[in-house]
Design a protein around this ligand. Structure first.
Ligand SMILES: [Zn+2]
Length: 243
């Protein structure tokens, strides 16, 4: 059994993701796009998102207005939060032909209660973690899951691999990113990454095309399968039991 890279992208940068179609295809990579603020997508972006889904990539949800789940659940209760930020996001995706089975937490804010609330709606949830004070991403145990267990995990924690925001570096270098891929291959683990826009420079958080290419090239060289969240439900893997 080989290791797995779960590469995910958040927010609404569909044109930028769509420009990477060829790169994904060349590397045999399937990835996951978590959509927030779907009202920002125009007809062309929806068409491009359908193309990406047609290529085998997964489309998940990331909140109608990108609200912080634990805070909104504390304010409104679970059902109130779902009605406010999750159900309308799902409805917008559904109106364009997407059934989202997974959800990424806005700003990675989550807790046990939010996992229970969202676990009743989605098969899988993606959280996130900061970078290690020292050492590479391979030291972040929470971003790794044994391959044999990954399909059954309800919550998968990712590490950000963005290169920057505007001209400010995001604080993780290529060697640190590579260390996580090497670990996943050596230990037969699934490792989860997240990024946002794909661009050399962008006002929002973004990963450079060069880093993305490096990640996908190294994943292939290390024998990692690069899979979308929905791919984890394929035969031979055990899905999470419904709550
Ligand atoms: Zn986000």
């Amino acid at each position: 059994m080989s290791g797995i890279l779960l590469m995910t992208f958040d927010d609404f940068f569909v044109p930028e993701w769509s420009a990477m179609r060829g790169m994904f295809r060349e590397h045999g990579a399937r990835v996951t796009f978590f959509i927030s603020e779907p009202y920002k997508l125009d007809d062309d972006a929806w068409r491009r998102l359908r193309e990406l889904a047609g290529d085998g990539h997964t489309v998940g949800a990331h909140g109608l207005r990108h609200l912080w789940a634990p805070d909104r659940i504390a304010a409104l209760g679970g059902d109130g939060y779902l009605a406010e930020d999750v159900d309308p996001c799902l409805a917008a995706l559904r109106a364009h032909g997407f059934e989202a089975a997974s959800f990424a937490y806005p700003v990675s804010r989550r807790d046990e209660r939010s996992d229970a609330v969202l676990g009743g709606v989605f098969r899988r949830l993606r959280g996130g973690t900061g970078h290690p004070a020292e050492g590479g991403l391979d030291t972040l145990d929470e971003i790794f899951t044994p391959v044999a267990e990954v399909a059954g995990r309800r919550v998968l924690i990712g590490a950000g691999i963005d290169t920057g925001k505007l001209f400010k570096p995001a604080g993780v270098d290529d060697a640190s990113v590579r260390s996580a891929l090497v670990r996943a291959a050596a230990r037969e683990e699934a490792v989860t990454f997240y990024a946002h826009a794909v661009a050399d420079s962008h006002e929002c958080n973004h990963v450079s095309p060069a880093r993305l290419e490096m990640v996908l090239t190294q994943a292939a060289e290390l024998g990692l399968r690069v899979l979308g969240f929905d791919d984890l439900d394929q035969t031979g893997m055990t899905s999470p039991t419904p709550v």
